[in-house]
Write a protein that binds this ligand. Structure first.
Ligand code: NAD
Ligand code: UD1
Length: 338
């Protein structure tokens, strides 16, 4: 199939391009490079040995999308494009709502006009209310988001669900990612955050490579196995395969449906630091600091629905995630800026 991939030059998008090409699909990427580099797509082509069609531009640019649909015979879309930095969303809410909601609306408008009604959407575990018991299933309560980024995902899910309810021809998969980490095993593509990383794994690997002095562990007094925060880390290549599985599902099902993409296992910050040091035989200096505002103690998935309906399951281990994150970081200490 010809798959339109918005945000395909980004971290998850680039890894998904590889899996799509490996599965025999064609990849057509629209990305404004707001948080990525065109070099990632060149490396995707190197890994897969196939070409990616790339349109540099904004998904909110309806004329650009029309041109892409004129030039390519698009069968379905994966919508990764969006801004994703939680603290930035608190300081720049208008930018986040504009980018994340209007990109989704513009894409759906053009798709509807062209009669292309199969869509995979990048959602997040952040849509779940913090009041839920663990593990989180797709039926757990959503809403109560603690920041504008989370609300943009919640609202996008709502509007996509309403679009599918109004027109029975739509097939939409709302993929709720837990914590993607790791990189392609080649070390050619990986996560390349701009500035100081907010997320744990890039901070660990940048500390290990010497770009940061030490990791601050946010909180040591949570009600968890060792007092540090627990999350469901998933290898980005497993996540990428989840998108290929979702496309298969869309071919057979109508309506909008949500799926958790996680491993179902909770790993603490200290366990992650230890696993990274052990897997890679490198030191990750750290100190304990206060809790980060907005953080929950524990968050992990019940991924059984994805296993049953998408026939997908995360397969890579924590060691794989740590080894591949480090391989990418070591080969590319400055990311794509090298
Ligand atoms: P990323 O920033 O690496 O990728 C997003 C891509 O979208 C970037 O290449 C960026 O340049 C592009 N983009 C942003 N706005 C655009 C626009 N208006 N038009 C065209 N391109 C635009 O982020 P990622 O980690 O690969 O995340 C991909 C998607 O998954 C995002 O929607 C994100 O919110 C969601 N998500 C990510 C995580 C995570 O931990 N990485 C977790 C849950 C959900
Ligand atoms: C964060 C976002 C969430 C988003 C998710 C995936 C916040 C509040 N939440 O979630 O919306 O969906 O990323 O992109 O930003 N940690 C440290 N030191 C660090 C960084 C993190 O101890 O320098 C800890 C955190 O306190 C947490 C764990 O590591 O316990 C994971 O943090 P992170 O990678 O930022 O992911 P989330 O908090 O799950």
């Amino acid at each position: 199939m010809n798959v339109l991939i918005t945000g395909g030059a980004g971290y998850i998008g680039s890894h998904t391009c590889v899996e799509l090409l490996n599965a025999g699909h064609a990849a057509i990427v629209v990305d404004n490079l707001a948080n990525s580099s065109a070099a990632a797509l060149k490396r995707v082509e190197r890994i897969a040995g196939k070409e990616v069609a790339f349109y540099e531009g904004d998904v909110r640019d309806e004329a650009l999308l029309d041109r892409v649909f004129d030039e390519r015979d698009i069968d379905c879309a994966i919508h990764f494009a969006g801004l994703k930095c939680v603290p930035e969303s608190v300081s720049k809410p208008m930018e986040y709502y504009d980018n994340n909601i209007n990109s989704t609306l513009t894409l759906c408008r053009v798709m509807a006009r062209r009669g292309v009604k199969r869509l995979v959407f990048s959602s997040s575990a952040t849509v779940y209310s913090a009041q839920n018991a663990m593990p989180l299933s797709e039926n757990s309560v959503t809403g109560d988001c603690t920041n504008p980024y989370g609300w943009t995902k919640y609202i996008s899910e709502r509007l996509l669900t309403d679009i599918a309810a109004a027109d029975g021809e739509w097939s939409i998969a709302l993929l709720r990612y837990f914590n993607p980490i790791g990189a392609h095993e080649s070390g050619l593509i990986g996560e390349d955050p701009r500035g100081i990383p907010n997320n744990l794994m890039p901070y660990i690997s940048q500390t290990a490579v010497g770009r940061r002095d030490e990791l601050t562990v946010y909180g040591s007094d949570y009600d968890t196995k060792d007092g540090t925060g627990v999350r469901d880390y998933i290898h980005v290549m497993d996540l990428a395969k989840g998108h290929v599985a979702a496309i298969g599902y869309l071919l057979e099902h109508r309506g909008a449906a949500a799926f958790n993409l996680g491993t179902g296992k909770g790993v603490s910050v200290l366990e992650m630091v230890e696993a990274f040091q052990r897997a890679n035989e490198v030191a990750v200096p750290f100190r304990f600091g206060p809790r980060r505002p907005g953080d929950v103690a524990t968050c992990y998935a019940d991924a059984s629905r994805s296993e049953k309906l998408l026939h997908w399951r995360a397969e890579k281990t924590l060691e794989d995630m740590c080894r591949d994150s480090w391989h990418w970081q070591r080969l590319n200490p400055q990311g794509y800026g090298e």
